[in-house]
Write a protein that binds this ligand. Structure first.
Ligand code: NAP
Length: 250
């Protein structure tokens, strides 16, 4: 039996990298998209291959339509028809109250988190619809607990972008269900990745927020990946249109 083929956007670091490696360990072949971190993407590919998977690293900016279309094409040319996609690439932009935020920061966030995520979902709909051989087909989007918390004083534009991801997920799940394609979201709470230092600009953010979480700590990327793998797998065959909150009770 052929292995399922998964494309993960933003698979070079953080949550995306954990998803790629866990998927490879569970029998998927994996296309690892990255934007800037070529070395990190190569390391993820090596880890996937060590787990027995075929894996490729594919550069592309998931805010740019031509890159998104090209990456989907290259993934399928190298690994075969896609059966699963995780739309994970995202940024927050430098934290500030909205009154102090630059339009450029807001636009960059919306470009990748909303327009990019919708275009990735469109390409996923096209690719998965065209794959008549796969037994189970699924798209998982990565939202955030911010979509309902609102992220006051930090990045309300980012929270709003993830609200859009939730709505995209609910609508596309209904649109694609008759074609046998499931669409679900995972909404992580605060998770130990570089996003806080590199995108948000607050290296100490995890330590500051962790005591506010009912479980009293941040998630590991692997704890988020577990829920993504569940929603990709046939273990969730009757689940679609769900936003699975993985936020330690927050
Ligand atoms: P991260 O550690 O900063 O990693 C971001 C990943 O996305 C990197 O692989 C990066 O690739 C890639 N990326 C960023 N912009 C891209 C673009 N335009 N095109 C292609 N790839 C791009 O982030 P993370 O914490 O793992 O976050 C992953 C997802 O989870 C995001 O959607 C984020 O909003 C969401 N999330 C995170 C948290 C958290 O606390 N960490 C909580 C809730 C939701 P390069 O390094 O190659 O540029």
């Amino acid at each position: 039996m052929s292995r399922p083929v998964l494309l993960v956007t933003g698979g070079s670091r953080g949550i995306g990298a954990a998803i790629c490696i866990m998927a490879a360990q569970r029998g998927y072949d994996v296309a690892v998209n990255f934007q800037n971190s070529a070395e990190a993407a190569d390391a993820v590919v090596a880890a996937c291959e060590a787990a027995g998977a075929r894996a490729v690293a594919l550069q592309g900016d998931m805010a740019v339509e031509a890159d998104i279309v090209r990456v989907f094409g290259e993934a399928q040319a190298q690994l075969g028809p896609l059966s699963h996609v995780v739309s994970n690439a995202g940024v927050t932009g430098k934290a500030s109250p909205l009154a102090q935020a630059d339009a450029a920061v807001i636009r960059a966030c919306i470009d990748i988190n909303v327009t990019g995520a919708i275009l990735v979902a469109r390409e996923a709909a096209r690719a998965l619809s065209a794959n008549s051989a796969a037994a189970d087909k699924a798209l998982v989007t990565i939202s955030s607990a911010a979509a309902t918390l609102g992220s006051p004083g930090e990045y309300v534009w980012y929270a709003a972008s993830k609200g859009a991801v939730d709505t995209l997920t609910i609508g596309l799940a209904k649109e694609l269900a008759p074609a046998g394609i499931r669409v679900n979201a995972v909404a992580p709470g605060i998770t130990e990745t570089d996003i806080h230092a590199l995108s948000t600009g607050e290296p100490g953010r995890v330590a500051r927020i962790a005591p506010l979480v009912p479980l009293q700590r941040a998630a590991t990327p692997e704890e988020i990946a577990e829920s993504v793998l569940f929603l990709l797998s046939e273990a969730s065959a009757y689940t679609t249109g769900v936003i699975l909150r993985v936020a330690g009770g927050r």
